[in-house]
Structure formats: C-alpha cells, structure tokens
Write a protein that binds this ligand. Sequence first.
Ligand code: GTP
Ligand code: SPV
Ligand code: MN
Length: 593
Amino acid sequence: MTELTKNKSVLAWIKDKIDLVKPDKIVWIDGSKEQIEALRAEACSTGELTKLNEEKLPDCYLHRTAVNDVARVEHRTFICTKTKEEAGPTNNWMEPDEAYKMLYDIARDSYKGRTMYVIPYSMGPVGSVFSKIGIELTDSIYVVLNMVIMTRAGKAVLEALGDSDDWVRGLHCRCEIDEEKRYICQFPQDNTIISVNSGYGGNVLLGKKCFALRIASYQGKNEGWQAEHMLILGLENPKGEVKYVCAAFPSACGKTNLAMLIPPESYRVKGYKVWCVGDDIAWIRKGEDGRLYAINPENGFFGVAPGTNIKSNPNALASTKSGTIFTNVALNLDDNTVWWEGLDKNPPEHAIDWKGNPWNGKTSEEKGAHPNSRFTAPAKNCPCVSDQFDSHTGVPISAFIFGGRRAKLAPLVYQSRDWNHGVFVGSIMASETTAAATGAVGVVRRDPMAMLPFCGYDMADYWQHWIDIGKTLDADKAPKIFNVNWFRKNDAGEFMWPGYGENLRVLEWIIKRCENKVDAEETAIGYVPKPEDINLEGIEDEVSKDALKEMLSVDNVLWQTETEGIEEFYQKFGDKLPAELRDCLDTLENNIK
Ligand code: GTP
Ligand code: SPV
Ligand code: MN
C-alpha cells in the first residue's frame, strides 16, 4: 500500500478500520486517469459494470444493484448524537456507543478477500473557504467510480488537508447487501458516517446526503452557515445580468430539471439563459458584502433517469453522453446503449431490464428501468454549466424557493411576507412521496425545506438556525423567499401547469418581485401573482386564463384543514418550536377564518 499522506489522524483511523474489516489489499485513490481506467476494466471483468457503446456513449458504463437495494432507506438511517433530544423528533436515533458496537459487529472481517479503497475527497472546490474534506473507505469499485464523478477526489485533497484532523470519516461496507442489516448511521459529533449492507446511491456515496447534508447541516449550525437540499441556478436576462436563486424541492420533485432548464422559445430569442451551478445541494454563507453566497459542494449529477428526455431536460440528457455511470436502467442489446421509461417512444425489443432479465420493451408489462434509476454524470458535461461552477466564493443569492408535489392546495407560486414568514413557508412544506426512498409513493407527508430525511439534528433547532441567520441580514440584502408547485392537478387528475422549461415564466415573476418591478395580490398565505403578470405568450393553448387563475387561487377551506396538519406536526417539537413560527401559524389561522 502506498499511503498518500503522512497525516497522523488519517493514518490512525484507517489503521483502526483495517484491523476491523481485514481487507486483502488497500488501494489509495489518487484521482489519476490511469487508475480510473484500471478500475473500470477490473469492474467490467467481474460483471460489476458493463461497458456501453464506445461510439455512442464514450466512457459510459451500466451497473445494476441488488433488487432489494434501489433507493435510500430512511427507516434504517440514524442520527447518532449523545442524546435523543439532539437528533429531534423527526430523526431515527441511536445511542452512539451502541451504534458503533452494532455496526462494528456487522463490519468485522467483511473486507476479507476484498480490496479496501481509500477515497480522499473534497466537497466544494479544493481550497475554498466553503469546502470540507472527507475520506471514504469502501469495498466497492462502483462507489469509487461514482465518488470520482460526484466529488473532487484524489491526491490534491490530501495535500490541502495537510496534518489537520478536520475531516469527515466515512466507512462503507457492502457486506451481504442484507436488508435486515442495512444501516446508514451519522455521528455528527464525531464527524463520522458508517454505512453497511447497501450498494446504492445516497446510501453509499457518503459525500452526498450523509456528509453534505446530514453532517454538514450540523457543522453549519455550529459554524454559522447552512447546508441545504437545494439546486442553484443563474438566470441571465437579455442585458446579460445574472441573478441566482436556490430552490429546495423533495427528492424526485424537479431540482435537476429546474437547474438546467431551457427557456421557452419566446424567451430564448430575447436572450434569456439559465446557468446551472448545482442540482441537489447548496452550502450557503454570508459574504463580505452582507449578502448570502452559495456553492454546490458536488462535482457531478446523480440524476433521476426516468422522464429525462430531449424535450423535458435536454441538458441533463447531454450531460450523460460521456463519462457517465447508469444505475438500474435497461440495456439495449441491439446497440449496447441504455433506455428508460420516458426517454423516447421507441423502447428496445431486445433488452435486459434493470433486474438483469431479458426484456422486450414493446410487449412487456414490466418496467425496463427502475423508477429511481439514475445517471452519474460529470457536471462539466452539462451544456449550461455556469462559469461560476468552480468559484471559491460562490454566487450571490437573490431568492430561496421552496416547493413540492401538491395535487391541490399550494398555488403555482407565492411569496412570503418577510424572512421569518419565509422560514415558516419552508417549515410547512409537504409533498407526495416519490420512488427516491423506499416505502409508499404518492402519500402526502410534511417535508420541511425538503430536509426531513437529511437534517443532522433537531428540526426545531434547524428552523431556529434559519431565523438566526435572518437576524444577521439587512432587509435589502436578505434573499426573498417563495414557494412553488408545478404539480397542481385538475379534477381529471392532469397536471395543470406544463412545467419544465415553462417554469421560467414563474422564475421571471420571482426575479421581478426581488427587483420590486411587479405588484402582487396579498392573500391569507402571502403574495400571489396577479394572473396578468404571469406571461402565457406561446402557451395560451395549453394554459387558459381561467386555469391560471385557478392555479393561483388560495382555497381558505383547504388551508383550514392544512393548518390542522401543521398544528399536529408542530406539536412534535414541543416548546422547542421557535416562537416566530408559532406566531406565523396563528396569523395564518386568523387569515383564513
Ligand atoms: P433528486 O435527485 O431525487 O433530489 O430529485 P430532483 O429534485 O432533482 O428531481 P428531478 O429534476 O430529477 O425530477 C424528478 C421527476 O419529476 C422527473 O422525472 C419528472 O418526471 C418530474 N418533473 C420535474 N420537473 C417537473 C415539472 O416541472 N412538472 C412536472 N409535471 N414534472 C416534473
Ligand atoms: C435524493 O434522494 O434526494 C437524491 C438521490 O438526490 S440520493 O443520492 O440517493 O439521495
Ligand atoms: Mn436529492
């Protein structure tokens, strides 16, 4: 083994884990092309990866996970703080010593006959004040190759770390992929993550949800910054001015799609453009000028494949054309490419489905790709990647946008009255569940700030942290806070809003509100656009004026029921609930009477 660092805390921790899991061999990931090539070849030789058509999809690979291991497992995800109170009522909690013991018993000797890969990685550009370093140990080449796309990984990270012990420890053991022994445990007070018995995405790419949200949200609370489940995009107007917004939607609710949207034709010809800074996670800090700045800590996209097509998200599709790993999609045997539901109307007849069985897309009732199948694509592939992508200082944020899937209730867009009311709007978010996590799909559940599965401490303290950040911001510098809902349905059960690129029309209203350029209607829940202020030019056939009016309407009776749900949810937090949020709920209850 060639160690790539002399850092004592790193070497001691790794030694300890070697003694625990007993690998045959240890390989440090230096990030070089040669090493990546060799690992790809090795994974292909064992069947862990399938190499795809080199002409059509250069450097692209397919991987299938175990059938029981296709999404995040929220019920097996734990926050292991010293006390249960610190984890709060919305997290699963385990006492740290007990958790370590249980996990070490599972992990013990589990690398026997296998290789330990040591992945040094940086969340954020190496050396930026925003950035944080982690080391993940894994026995999966698939994890290594994904981490190399999703983070800045390799030797340079260890040089930046020097002899500091400020880094996040991550141990991943595939073990037997036994659902009953699958655990994803975060120890925020020890900067440690342990994940066992999974080989899938958010469970095992430890830089992503485990570190960049669960651990980082806790670090952010203690260090005065924020880690959020948010995309970051820049909207450029015809004058060439770019305004940045962050948006938090729950898993599989449209972040990647919004982050890369292509403006409708009528906007494109005028010169509007959208630049993608990030599609899933934002780390946010106050800059010297008193405004909030955001970076994307990731270096790639782990995006939902189904539904991605040349019309819905051409930029995401383009991002997957080289250097991409596809997980749990269908393999087209005719030309050794990939296919998923919603890619096009021409499913392959000779294919292998995500479970590894022969599949005929023309005749089969079964799905070719799993609903939560994913692509892991380098951000640099994205045609609309922002020139600020690698910025060490981040981009200034004009607006925060919350949103979710609500068939009824939430209007297309509304604005909060002020910062604290905006925190309230985020805290009362609810959304229909999706395939991104195991469990029932389509059930409305409360998902504050899209952080329910990702907050590394008590959600009430997290809300307080939002309120405290607001106190440090001058009113003219604080981002304005909005809520959107692309998923409103009519009585026939059809989406009322065309969505995707057309969402720019809503972003335009949001930016105008930030610039004080447009009026609004004050309602019980906040400011709603006047129907004439949402531009429908070019989609008049799809969205009638009446439909738009309905999408912008606030139904006080429905909101009455909603406040009861919020009351019930808030009760969980007892007297930890910030008084500011209690006041906002009282106001809402009065307003809708
Ligand atoms: P995670 O990666 O799980 O955090 O998901 P995400 O928030 O990035 O979601 P993504 O953009 O991948 O969208 C998930 C699914 O939502 C897509 O496959 C689309 O079917 C659907 N979707 C996205 N945007 C829209 C929209 O504007 N309208 C409608 N109706 N559906 C959308
Ligand atoms: C999500 O579920 O929010 C994702 C995918 O972005 S995962 O990496 O599995 O968390
Ligand atoms: Mn996500």
